[in-house]
Design a binder for this molecule. Sequence first.
Ligand SMILES: O=C(O)CCC(=O)C(=O)O
Ligand SMILES: [Fe+2]
Length: 310
Amino acid sequence: MGSSLEKESKISKTSVLTEAEKEQFIQHGWVKIEGAFTEEQAAWVTQDVWTRLGMAPDNKSTWNQERVHMPGHRTFDCAKLAPRAWAAICEICGGEDKVRPESRYWQDSLIVNLGTVENEGKPVPPQQLYGWHVDGDFFVHYLDSAEQGLLVIPLFTDIVPDGGGTVICPEAMPKVAAWLHDHPEGVNPRMIPRGEPGFEKEGPTDWFNSMARSCTNFVEAGGKCGDVYLLHPLMLHSASTNPLRRKGQTLYSGGARNVKSPRKGKPTKLEDHCAKGDGGTRESAQAGENEGGRTGTSAKGYSGHRCMRT
Ligand SMILES: O=C(O)CCC(=O)C(=O)O
Ligand SMILES: [Fe+2]
């Protein structure tokens, strides 16, 4: 009895996630870690963002792009900025030793959703969004691909409903997984199986968009500055149109980051399979080739793509 209690308390000491958070992740494939960093820390990350954008937060006439994926110029340690989020990431992945070390370092490569004049005040139903995808535009996808362990969305400003948060579709996740399961030969980043027409091309995101159109349950990844969403890597998601376009607040900075987990499969570089046109084998890919994958390896037929580039 005593020893089993001891064991339990040891487990709860090392577990950073509450039972409710664990249940949430297991049932829905996502969990929000609230208050993982402070507004002050967020302000350090976003300090010069409007200068970098060349826009003014309170003057919408300067907002001349719908969405901006900013390049990163400062790197910081997530374990210091958001220790609870980092601990939760490690816990979900099965321990820090299961996470590639570079996943710990985040950058100010913020995503800024400014919306458009045309879409202002006109919320778009999630099924009609056009940016649905599963991350990973730089590799051939298998059910056990190692390139992604978790998708992480830290909020560097408050994000109110209809205020530009990423929309996620947990309902699609098992369907994406089933597709990968049924295609052990691998699929391209648009889910086209190897050997089918279009596998070697970037092509449209039809598979994802029609998947979203068949779904009914969606979640907007909103919340308070300092919240961090942890999402299953097969989570279908899309940028939203930000119908509110709130001045100043419109800067939502949900930098999507992929935690890479050395799971069963070796990293599989897309160009090994496509650009050379030889349908190379999975085993021929070298582990670790995709380090820094966010900007990704730009393989022939997949270059210049922005939205799926994590
Ligand atoms: O802009 C967003 O809300 C989502 C961005 C995204 O999904 C990505 O960069 O992969
Ligand atoms: Fe994405």
